[in-house]
Design a protein around this ligand. Sequence first.
Ligand code: COS
Length: 389
Amino acid sequence: MKWSQDQLEIRALARDFAQGELRSASAGWDAAKDLDAGIFRKLADLGFLGMLIPEQYGGLDFDLSTYLLVLEELSWGDASVGLSVAIHNGPVAGLITKHGSDGQKERWLPLLASGEVLGAFALSEPGAGSDAGSLTTVAEASGTGWKLTGTKRWVTNGGRAGLVIVFAQLDGEGMGAFLVDPTVDGYGVGAREATMGLRASETVSITLDGVEVGEGGLLGVVGRGFPYALEALDLGRAGIAAQAVGIGRSAMEHAARYALEREQFGRPIANFGAIQVKLAEMARRIAGSRLLAHDAGAAIMAASNDEGHPRTGVDGVTARAAIAKLSASEAASWSADEAIQIFGGYGYMRHYPVEQLLRDAKGTEIYEGTNEIMRHVIAREVLRDAASS
Ligand code: COS
């Protein structure tokens, strides 16, 4: 893959930021189970909270490959930061940019781009995860708009968010996507979940108890909420792939450095073939996954530029995003697991960095669609092609 000079400069900026601001803080944030709130201001100052937002609304209007390069670097520094930034820029800002009315874009995009408002995406529910079409949150017509009632789970950025995209069933009309200001009456935030990894990332439940959303709060077309959610997840999955590449690369680099320093049997363990095979395999899986993440980004860009790029089929956007996320998340978990093995007894200890990377990597196999769903989506598109050939 060949990057332009601009892309290389932006990647270098993100890498310096990750090195200076994230990497050394990451273990502390993991232990504290919270990010330093000031980090969002720093990200906003660099423009990293408006990466996909058009310039007229104060964003950087990056192409997707630049965006994915930045996400990889941020996630290399701290995967919880990578996740927050990916949700905010991808499914949230991406959906508003694509389907928002002029009024919605003017209201929300400058706030998201400047970091005044952090975005969250509320699709999953206690009983609706992989089966995202089975939501029980309802939106009832209220005369002046809609009234939302239900519970959402696993909402990243949920407590800090100043804007939440909430998906709810409309009476007999499919699903709607609503732009909810969390300061309204009836909006409640549950306790932070205690998660295995990505512990600094905020994951909460939210309750909606008759939350009023005016006419201007419905995103796009009535009843199209489910396709919007799936479309947002394509972009989200490309971002998670880049996040996983960052985590996997971090594990590989830690392991390689340790292998050069650690001596056993009178020489660095990097001299042993068993260690070299692990490092080579990490490099192969991570490099392949990076290409797949950027391939998904290219497909999404082609589709959104109306180049007639298909959504369905194994060459379509949805399958390519699923392939990238599946490959990268497995590469990250595998690399972090093998990095612990290379560190040996030290790797199993809390204050060495690689055990955190394994806990963080595991999340990428689950959120924004489990890897079982990724395989289902990919197989469905392979079979669709076969049936129509
Ligand atoms: N972009 C735009 N539209 C899309 C789309 C996309 N990527 N994918 C599907 N659609 C449209 C379809 O064209 C269809 O529209 P019509 O109703 O007009 O025909 C509609 O959306 C439903 O699509 P489809 O029938 O393919 O959906 P399924 O019910 O088969 O999808 C799965 C089932 C399991 C694939 C889906 O529910 C899924 O991805 N689940 C995982 C959810 C998830 O990732 N949850 C994690 C949330 S974030 S923590």
